[in-house]
Design a protein around this ligand. Structure first.
Ligand SMILES: [Zn+2]
Length: 260
């Protein structure tokens, strides 16, 4: 399964999947709901055109999807944009492969308005729609997975060298018979060694848990409110388990809580 952006990458976002159209549409409906969108209507173009006497050989289902909050923000800002709503995601056969695609909301908006606030809403919607398409195609989180695997490798190396340093420092202390001043100093060194190893081990566990969530399909969903974590937050902190508002609230209630 690979992700292919076809023709003009600024206009379209189209992923190729090895899934059948039936499997892809089922997974699309799950992903749409998970990310706070609803399906308003599904057009089955093959069935419609064939019924009208103009048979279409390829399967082609078009989903009209909408996030009520974002739609309302857009319409309050510029009511004329109703003609460009709702968003459409299509699942279709193209030769031997199944594709899932959309016209990018930012591209569509740039033809209709130069309002910067609307552009930022469109960018948010677009990030979520791309995630929905990637999840449906089965190619979601490949970048996050790579970042996490690289982080895992460097943390594992740090833990190993930290543990070796701790061992060497401890043997150094035991090898000499220290006076009380030296002993306090040596203990401090050992404490610092230990704290560093512990911090790396904790982070390693968080990275492993994130990789596991990717495998089980739970990745990217806030453990507190069950809504999707902002894509930009996941780029900055791929092991995040909470969305930003829930994280801030958790830290406010328990300041000693980890940053995850
Ligand atoms: Zn949340």
């Amino acid at each position: 399964m690979e992700n292919t952006i076809l023709s003009d990458a600024h206009m379209y976002y189209i992923a190729t999947t090895s899934k059948t159209v039936a499997d892809a549409t089922r997974d699309l409906e799950i992903a749409v709901q998970k990310h706070g969108f609803g399906v308003l209507h599904v057009y089955d173009l093959k069935e419609m055109l064939t019924r009208k006497g103009h048979p279409l050989n390829a399967e082609c289902r078009i989903y009209e999807v909408c996030n009520p909050k974002q739609a309302s923000l857009v319409l309050q800002r510029d009511i004329r944009l109703n003609a460009a709503l709702p968003c459409r995601i299509s699942v279709f056969e193209d030769g031997e492969s199944t594709k899932i695609g959309t016209i990018l909301p930012t591209a569509m908006l740039s033809m209709l308005s130069s309002d910067r606030e609307l552009a930022s809403i469109a960018a948010n919607v677009e990030a979520v729609i791309k995630t929905i398409i990637d999840e449906t195609a089965g190619t979601a989180w490949s970048a996050a997975r790579q970042t996490l695997l690289a982080r895992r490798a460097s943390l594992a190396a740090e833990v190993a060298s930290g543990a070796a340093k701790l061992k060497a420092d401890r043997e150094g202390v035991l090898g000499n018979v220290p006076d009380s001043g030296e002993l306090a100093n040596a203990n401090l060194v050992l404490d610092v060694d230990r704290a560093e190893v512990e911090r790396d081990v904790t982070e390693l566990a968080a990275v492993d848990a994130a990789l596991q969530r990717i495998d089980t399909g739970a990745y990217g969903m806030c453990v507190t409110c069950r809504e999707a974590i902002q894509p930009t937050r996941l780029v900055q902190l791929p092991e995040a388990t909470r969305c930003l508002p829930c994280q801030s609230e958790t830290e406010r209630l328990a300041p000693a809580h980890t940053r995850l």
